[in-house]
Design a protein around this ligand. Structure first.
Ligand SMILES: [Zn+2]
Length: 293
């Protein structure tokens, strides 16, 4: 299929009390793993690339990286019969505009560092552009810490304020809202909880689907409760990188004379397919054949 705007599946997941999973990719093999797993589970899935992934794939040139990912994502989507979306995560204003022009079907503007009024103004402008191009628009209120943030202290987390979230939605008309509930990007083991009471307060004020970033560090029990209480898109990155890299390490550890990348990337891709399939089942969008036109 051609790349799809995921808004209709995310809205449906919200109505059904389940979630759509979005999987970050840094390499071609990781993109292939997402679509092969989605096909195996008869589930829609979102391929997600970040600003840093675009920088990596473009050897320091994010625009070039976005062009690579647009081409790879398009081919990956066409290679399977389930709906696939291509999302640009945590992007700048310029990158969002570039991604829309390149055929991404979902984008997230990261206004972290902007004053609220400026964040609203830029987000509203980008939302109009996205909607004119049938692209799903995500933005964030509050901040989920990123790897490398100076000091991540749970008492200093900038969690989403429910009133601010409501005002932001009304002013910007975005499709999905990323909220900060205590998760942290880049955490390698599942041990964190999320603020479920805050989630309920936000859900009571905001009608659009809510997005959890940094799910790899959050226990499955909390994610499951969060989905029941209104999280409709779950972003998954570190958990995939971990499976992929552990598989590479395992193969290389067994043969220090191995030099053919295919010999270690094939098992890495297979290991990631297993994790993507498991996550698709877990968030509950797997087997949703009615979403496939
Ligand atoms: Zn994120």
């Amino acid at each position: 299929m051609t790349l799809c705007n995921p808004k209709v599946w995310i809205d449906q997941a919200q109505r059904d009390g389940c979630a759509v999973a979005a999987f970050n990719a840094n390499t071609a093999e990781q993109i292939q793993a997402v679509v092969l797993a989605a096909e195996a589970e008869a589930a829609p899935a979102i391929i997600q690339v970040s600003h840093n992934a675009a920088l990596y794939f473009g050897s320091g040139n994010a625009t070039l990286g976005l062009r690579y990912f647009a081409a790879l994502g398009t081919i990956a989507a066409q290679s399977v019969s389930v709906p696939i979306a291509l999302h640009l995560d945590h992007a700048t204003e310029t990158e969002v505009m570039q991604a829309i022009a390149l055929g991404f079907t979902s984008v997230m503007f990261d206004g972290d560092g902007y004053a609220l009024e400026d964040n609203i103004a830029v987000t509203r402008k980008l939302t109009r552009l996205a909607h004119d191009n049938d692209v799903c628009m995500e933005a964030e209120i509050g901040a989920v810490p990123k790897p490398g943030d100076a000091q991540i202290d749970e008492h200093d987390l900038e969690l989403t304020d429910p009133d601010e979230a409501q005002a932001f939605i009304e002013a910007t008309e975005i499709d999905t809202l990323a909220i900060a509930l205590g998760s942290v990007h880049g955490v390698k083991d599942k041990h964190l909880g999320i603020d479920l009471a805050r989630l309920q307060q936000i859900r009571a004020r905001v009608a659009v689907p809510l997005v959890l970033h940094g799910s790899s560090g959050v226990t499955d029990d909390y994610i499951a409760q969060g989905i029941k209480l209104g999280l409709s898109k779950i972003n998954i990155a570190t958990q995939l990188n971990k499976a992929f890299t552990l598989a590479v390490r395992d193969v290389l550890a067994q043969d220090d004379r191995l030099v053919d990348p295919r010999k270690y990337l094939t098992p890495a891709r297979a290991a990631q397919i297993d994790v993507v399939r498991e996550r698709l089942r877990f968030v509950g969008a797997a087997g949703r054949a009615e979403l496939i036109p």
